[in-house]
Design a binder for this molecule. Structure first.
Ligand SMILES: O=C(O)CCC(=O)C(=O)O
Length: 269
């Protein structure tokens, strides 16, 4: 197959196709990482109804009540929109998709010390990008490792179908769905430095454990994309955005997926 490659090597493309994920080191420079960190540090003391609703009182027992994730910050914050459309990220996505990418979702996780993780799951169960698939770009703002609940991936599960999730252990996960990885597959940590970006396929099983550190936040800026030729997407992810910031709307995808239409696949995932 003849491929166009803007930025990735043949080896990187092969790694992504084989394993379902790829780490690109230092895609965001230190000024950009600092800018993102400051933007969301400032946001953490505000309430944005529907998108970020922290409990700002002092007597919080659950650290995620004080620092929940920020949903879709690109819808109300220009910096978040700018970094969701980061040219370096879009170039990598163009190589992975072999076509332009459209931005569908942004999120920011503070993941303070002691907070629960997010049980293993598959993103395209929620985004329902069709035809094609979603790709996540997970950007480390702090160093991310096993101690502070960095992202976990199950290599090669990108080649598995999307499955209907089981119930997650709510003591350990702040989300309710859990996809059990196949027995023969290993769960491995993605060890990242600030500015490194982990790209992964929408079928890849991934998630995170609790932040077991005493005093280390695990901040991450997480965006999801669709291939420009996609026709449908889960309705909570519309509208999407082109590289120049203009909106594009796909059809809402009413498909219930592997659980049937009774099951709630609505965002947020
Ligand atoms: O960052 C995490 O802990 C989980 C993020 C995740 O799984 C996702 O964005 O799909």
């Amino acid at each position: 197959m003849i491929r166009s490659q803007l930025v990735l090597t043949e080896e990187q493309l092969e790694q992504y196709e084989r394993e379902g994920y790829l780490i690109v080191k230092r895609l965001f420079n230190s000024d950009e990482v600092q800018d993102i960190k400051e933007t969301f540090d400032e946001m953490s003391n505000t309430v944005v109804p529907g998108y970020f609703e922290p409990d700002l009182s002092e007597d919080n027992t659950d650290p995620l009540k004080r620092y929940p994730r920020v949903m879709h910050p690109h819808r109300f914050n220009e910096k978040a929109k700018k970094y969701m459309l980061h040219p370096g990220v879009l170039d990598v996505l163009k190589d992975l998709y072999q076509e332009e990418a459209l931005a569908a979702q942004s999120m920011y996780y503070y993941k303070p010390p002691g907070s629960r993780g997010q049980a293993l799951h598959q993103d395209n169960f929620y985004l329902k990008v069709e035809p094609g698939n979603c790709i996540a770009a997970w950007t480390a703002i702090d160093p991310a490792d096993e101690e502070n609940g960095g992202l976990l991936v199950v290599p090669k599960t990108s080649q598995y179908d999307i499955v209907c999730p089981e119930l997650a252990d709510q003591q350990e996960s702040f989300t309710t769905h859990f996809v059990k990885p196949p027995k023969e597959k290993q769960i491995i940590p993605a060890i990242l430095e600030p500015g490194d970006v982990l790209f992964f396929n929408g079928n890849l099983i991934h998630g995170s454990y609790r932040n077991k550190s005493k005093n280390r936040f695990r901040r991450a800026f997480i965006c999801h994309y669709a291939n420009a030729s996609a026709v449908r997407i889960g309705s909570g992810y519309r509208p999407l955005f082109r590289a120049d910031g203009t909106e594009v709307d796909l059809e809402g995808n009413p498909d219930g997926g592997p659980c049937g239409i009774e099951f709630d696949t609505q965002y947020p995932h």
